[in-house]
Design a protein around this ligand. Structure first.
Ligand SMILES: Cc1ncc(COP(=O)(O)O)c(C=O)c1O
Length: 425
């Protein structure tokens, strides 16, 4: 049967849905329709999006921080437009001025300044692939340990690591990829002791599971276990880096220096794809041996490097980090007030603007995403835990945005509480 957009969908939006269903993402379109969050983004500006039908929504998803600095941030747009006067993608074989400047800036802000080598990639998944390859080369070992609730991307090695269900969907699961539960040092110890482990791939605060928060000292414990067993520690900071936790990198706040750190999303400034792998001495040995060990036509495009440098500088600026702390506290107070009045809001996880809300219903994250959507907020339920919703404000949001988004959250909580109460009757 041919696809029908939801009743009442405007003409342009319906046409985009039909084309996307036919040629791009049929099952995803049907799923979002069923969940009541059919969305085709039209205009976008700052932390606001407009559905093609014209309805305004606050963006509390930000594609995991891709739009940390807002949609079409005017400074970054000007930087990109200006860069087109001089640059294009560039030639990936040669040294390049913009790439070298971006790499120097990333090395300078790397944890303890210890990750001095940089590889630029077109996506976070590809950057994770490269991090794993680097660890394998450095250790001469093959196996990779990751969290069973982690998402590291959908390219080759990244798609094989983490959550085993999705790895097996494309037959990417293999004995070389081992999983452990989050926040369980004994499990990490046992996995690393089992032999031939090149790396512990650590999604520092697992996003798709709802930004689980670790026990005190957990990440330092993982670092010590990696050292004891001779495995490298790779920090996946694709969602948690670039100021989102209030530190430049989440690992900085946990007092840990990894061997490899992967960043992406916000490094793009939301305008030009860019991800990066930052490598310490041991992990970067291959770079001195083989200058073509990693090559990618679009990895480190020069236009992207210019934008990424500007995005990086703004993201780690002390004024930006100070704003993250203020915004985080304001949301913390708002959530506490709402939790006292709406028992549906069962748990708040918060570190900087990395936040998740768990609801007292197994489908609470999905139900709340629908009610938030109806009340002018786009926020994503967690793929690995349907009771939970990610709440991801930008680095530069201001007090009126915080207040209005909390007011919309309250309206959604009231509607969802009514819906669940009437179902129970
Ligand atoms: C923690 C984490 N790692 C890696 C990736 C993969 O990044 P990309 O989608 O750019 O390949 C993602 C994407 O959502 C992510 O959330």
């Amino acid at each position: 049967m041919s696809y029908q957009p939801p009743a009442g969908t405007g003409e342009a939006k319906a046409a985009a849905l039909v084309r996307s269903h036919r040629h791009l993402i049929p099952q995803r379109i049907e799923t979002f329709d069923k969940l009541g969050v059919s969305f085709v983004i039209g205009r976008r500006e700052g932390y606001r999006l407009w559905d093609l039908d014209g309805r305004e929504l606050y963006d509390l998803h930000l594609n995991g921080g891709t739009f940390n600095l807002g949609h079409r941030n005017p400074d970054l747009v000007a930087t990109l437009v200006e860069a087109t006067e001089r640059y294009d993608i560039g030639n990936h074989h040669f040294a390049s001025e913009p790439r070298s400047l971006l790499a120097e800036a990333l090395a300078a802000v790397s944890p303890a300044g210890a990750l001095d080598k940089v590889v630029l990639c077109p996506s976070g998944g590809e950057a994770i692939d490269l991090a794993i390859r680097a660890a394998r080369h450095a250790t001469g070992r093959r196996r990779v340990v990751a969290y069973d609730c982690a998402f590291h991307g959908r390219s080759g090695l990244s798609g094989a690591a983490g959550d085993p269900k999705t790895a097996s969907f494309f037959h990417s699961d293999s004995a070389e990829f081992v999983t452990v539960p989050y926040d369980d040092l004994d499990a990490v110890d046992a996995a690393l002791a089992s032999g031939d482990v090149a790396a512990m791939l650590c999604e520092v605060l697992p996003a798709t599971a709802g930004f689980l928060m670790p026990s005190d000292g957990y990440h330092r414990g993982v670092r010590e276990l990696c050292d004891r067993h001779g495995a490298l520690l790779i920090a996946d900071e694709v969602q948690t880096g670039l100021g989102r936790t209030g530190d430049v990198w989440a690992v900085d706040g946990f007092g840990v220096v990894p061997d490899v750190l992967v960043t992406g999303k916000g490094l793009s400034g939301g305008l030009y794809p860019m991800a990066a792998v930052l490598l310490g001495e041991r992990a970067s040995s291959w770079m001195a041996e083989d200058g073509w060990g990693y090559v990618s036509t679009f990895g480190g495009s020069e236009l992207g490097a210019v934008v990424a440098l500007a995005a990086l500088e703004r993201s780690v600026d002390p004024a930006t980090l100070a704003n993250v702390a203020v915004v985080s506290e304001a949301y913390g107070a708002g959530f506490a007030d709402l939790a006292a009045r709406y028992p549906l809001l069962a748990e708040v996880r918060r570190r900087g603007v990395v936040m998740a809300l768990r609801f007292d219903d197994p489908w609470g994250g999905i139900i709340m995403a629908r009610h938030l959507f109806a009340n002018g907020v786009w926020a994503m339920f967690c793929g690995f835990d349907s009771s939970t919703l990610q709440w991801k404000p930008g680095l530069l949001v201001d007090a009126p945005f915080v207040d209005e988004s909390l007011a919309r959250l309250e309206r959604a909580l009231a509607a969802a509480s009514d819906e669940l109460a009437s179902r129970a009757r």
